[in-house]
Design a protein around this ligand. Sequence first.
Ligand code: CO
Ligand code: CO
Ligand code: CO
Length: 346
Amino acid sequence: MTQVKLTTLTTKGGCGCKIGPSDLREVLHNLPERKKDPNLLVGLDTGDDAGVYKLTDDLAIVQTLDFFTPIVDDPYDFGQVAAANALSDVYAMGGTPITALNIVAFPIFNLDKDILTEILKGASDKVQEAGCNLVGGHSIDDQEPKFGLSVTGTIHPDRIRTNAGAKPGDKLILTKPIGVGISTTALKRGLLSKKEIERVTRVMATLNKEAAEVMNDYEVHACTDVTGFGLLGHLSEMAAESHQALTIYRDDVPVLSRVRELAEEGVVPGGSKNNLKHVQDVVHFADRLDDIDQIILADAVTSGGLLMSVPEEEADRMIEALEAKGIDAHIIGDVSDGEAGHIYVK
Ligand code: CO
Ligand code: CO
Ligand code: CO
């Protein structure tokens, strides 16, 4: 197989190539209103990770899809990351993935076909690890490679986790470190060591399966996964949908190593700058936090962890249960006093 650095074939990578929330709102704004099917439990109108449709009183399906340009150079790793990311939206809703379809765009006449085989192999291994079944897909010839999956899962209609249920006094738990956008921008520019590449790849390729299994054993009021809109973006969606104020403590938020140093050198993806701009009216930073702190907290994540709002009395036990599964989970803040829909960073 001819070695090609996949990230050189694209201008943006991973969830960083997501169209921003304000542009998206503008586009969706003028779509016709449709009569709502009562069995559609979670649809377009909330900022949730996936749609949920009730089939029977005790069975609903969760549907989602995600695809993006290469975020790492190794094709097998890219397949793994894209699959873990696509599966994550089912986990974030509390569902169990059952089937998946590949979405493929690939310059089939210009790139070695073995590269595509490796991407699909990485994805297939991840889908299998999730206990999910690959059932097909669709591929097109495209100059810029893109890959992802559409995933369907099952869920009990009474046990759906959305980002709308956070309650006063809850603790906020995050199950993966942030700084992924800055790290992968550095990767693309050849600034990461082999060990650093392995570390960020492992973080992105880790399934949220076990974190979701722990979550499903506890009373969790709200959940989402942290991806392209960054930690602050996903927090602000949770704050708005839950009509609560959220406080996070910068020093408690886990960040990948060297991210601060890289951000100080200007290694910041455009998507992360847009994320910060997008939340500026609802996020209040303590005076001691500088521009670098702010951009790191807004940094676009690919295949990030679960962000959960949990009753205070459950939080410590949940952290123990997550750590017992080898998950680097942290309490990063709480549902606090303040203006509903706003985020306070201390
Ligand atoms: Co999501
Ligand atoms: Co999503
Ligand atoms: Co998604």
